[in-house]
Design a protein around this ligand. Structure first.
Ligand code: AMP
Length: 389
C-alpha cells in the first residue's frame, strides 16, 4: 500500500498556508489559499518548488472551511490513493499549559480558546481551521503544535515584565515565539556543529518575522519576542521593541485608534517603514537609497544589541546560528553581525559566508557561526506522527 501523507496547516485570518508531506516531512506539494472572505487565490508548488498552474479559483470563498474543502480536493486529485493520516497545525499560543503538541480534540480547543485574547491576530484563525477540518473530516486526527512550547522551560525571571503583580498573575509576561523553528534548529545543531551544539548558542531566526533565542544545552533560556510576536528585533513590517511611550503618544496626541496602532506596528513598520521602500531584504541590499541603507543598518544594530543582552543571560557565547529567509540567504547581513562581534574574538570567513556556510567563521574564531536551514513544517509532521503512533 502507498505510504500515507500528512497535511501541515498554518491558518491566518484570510489565508491557509499548507504543505502536503510524506511521513518523512518532505514536501510533496506546498502552497497557500489566500483571499478567504474576499477574492480567493490559490498558489501551488510541487516538492521541487516548481509552480503548478491551477485554474480553479472559485468566485467566492466565505470561510476557512471552503478553503480546506478545496485543499482536500486538490490532495485527492494530485495524490490519488494516498491516505491522509493526520493534519498537523501550527498554533501560535499554548500558554503555559501546553509544553508539547497535543491532539486537538474539542476539550483541548476549548482550553486553547482562552489564549485568543493573547494572540488575537493568529490564535482564533488557527483554531477556526481545526474546527472547520473537524466538520469536514470528523475522523481525521488533528494535532496542534505550538510556537510557544519550546520556551516553556525558561526561568520565571526571564519571563517577567516589570508590571503590577495582578497583570503578571493573569498571564501578561513573555511567552516567546518561533518555537517550531527553534526546535527544528536544535535538532539539527549536533550534526552541523558537533559537541558545540550543547554549549551557549544564540539562534537568530531572521525571516519576515525575526527573533533570537538563547539556548544552553539546546534548551531555550531567553528569547527576544515577548507577550506578542511584536517584541524584539526589527522585522519585515513589524517594529520590534519600541518605547511603550510611543503607543501612548499615538493614542493621546495623535488620536490613533487601537486598530490603527496595530496596523502601524504589525504591517507598516520594520524594514518597510524605515526604508519607505520594501519589507524584503533583497530589495534593500540592492538599493542605493540612503533610507534603505539606514533600514539595514538599524536591522543589524538591533540584532547586535539583543545579542549583547542574550549573552548576559547565557553567561557567555560559544556560537551563533543564522536561519530563515534572511539568515539563510543574506550573506552581507550575516557578515555585518559577525564583524560586530569582532571585539569578542569572532573572525568571519568571508569565502565561507559568501558560499552559504554551513560554518561561517575562521578556525581561530572564539565565537563560531553557522547557517542552518529551518523547517518548521517537518517538525510539525514528525510531532504529529509521533503523537499518533
Ligand atoms: P521567511 O519568512 O523565512 O520566508 O523569510 C522571508 C524573507 O527573507 C524575505 O522577505 C526576504 O527579506 C528574505 N530573503 C529571502 N531570500 C533572500 C535573499 N536571497 N537575500 C536576502 N534576503 C532574502
Amino acid at each position: 500500500m502507498a505510504e500515507g501523507i500528512v497535511l501541515v496547516l498554518n491558518a491566518g485570518s484570510s489565508s491557509v498556508k499548507f504543505r502536503i508531506a510524506e511521513e518523512s516531512g518532505t514536501a510533496l506539494y506546498e502552497g497557500a489559499i489566500s483571499g478567504i472572505g474576499s477574492k480567493p487565490a490559490f498558489k501551488l508548488k510541487d516538492g521541487a518548488g516548481k509552480t503548478i498552474p491551477l485554474d480553479l479559483a472559485p468566485e467566492r470563498m466565505d470561510e476557512h472551511q471552503d478553503a480546506l474543502d478545496l485543499l482536500l480536493g486538490i490532495a485527492a486529485e494530485f495524490l490519488p490513493g494516498r491516505q491522509i493520516l493526520a493534519a498537523g497545525h501550527r498554533v501560535v499560543h499554548g500558554g503555559l499549559d501546553f509544553a508539547a503538541p497535543v491532539i486537538a480534540d474539542a476539550a483541548v480547543l476549548d482550553r486553547l480558546d482562552a489564549f485568543v485574547p493573547l494572540a488575537p491576530l493568529h490564535q482564533p484563525h488557527n483554531l477556526a481551521a481545526i474546527r472547520a477540518l473537524a466538520r469536514l473530516r470528523p475522523d481525521l486526527p488533528q494535532v496542534a503544535c505550538f510556537d510557544t512550547a519550546f520556551h516553556i522551560g525558561q526561568d520565571r525571571i526571564a519571563r517577567l515584565f516589570g508590571l503590577p503583580r495582578a497583570l503578571i498573575d493573569e498571564g501578561v509576561f513573555r511567552y516567546g515565539f518561533h518555537g517550531l523553528s527553534y526546535q527544528a534548529i536544535a535538532a539539527r545543531m549536533p550534526a552541523v556543529m558537533g559537541p558545540g551544539a550543547d554549549g551557549k548558542v544564540i539562534v537568530a531566526h531572521l525571516g519576515n518575522g525575526c527573533s533570537m533565542c538563547a539556548m544552553d544545552g539546546r534548551r531555550s533560556v531567553a528569547t527576544t519576542m515577548g507577550f506578542t510576536a511584536l517584541d524584539g528585533l526589527v522585522m519585515g513590517t513589524r517594529s520590534g521593541a519600541i518605547d511603550p511611550g510611543v503607543v501612548l503618544y499615538l493614542l493621546e496626541q495623535k488620536g490613533y485608534t487601537p486598530a490603527r496602532i496595530a496596523d502601524l506596528l504589525y504591517r507598516e513598520s520594520g524594514l518597510l517603514g524605515v526604508s519607505g521602500l520594501s519589507n524584503d531584504m533583497r530589495d534593500l541590499l540592492a538599493s542605493d537609497a540612503p533610507a534603505a541603507a539606514e533600514a539595514v543598518a538599524l536591522f543589524v544594530h538591533r540584532i547586535l544589541r539583543e545579542i549583547g543582552s542574550l549573552m548576559m543571560v547565557l553567561g557567555g557565547l560559544d556560537a551563533l546560528v543564522f536561519t530563515a529567509g534572511i539568515g539563510e540567504n543574506a550573506a552581507p547581513v550575516r557578515a555585518r553581525v559577525i564583524e560586530g562581534l569582532g571585539f569578542l574574538g569572532a573572525r568571519l570567513d568571508g569565502a565561507a559566508n559568501a558560499a552559504g556556510g554551513p560554518r561561517l567563521t575562521a578556525p581561530d574564531s572564539r565565537i563560531a557561526a553557522f547557517v542552518i536551514p529551518t523547517d518548521e513544517e517537518a517538525v510539525i509532521v514528525s510531532e504529529t506522527l509521533r503523537l499518533l503512533s
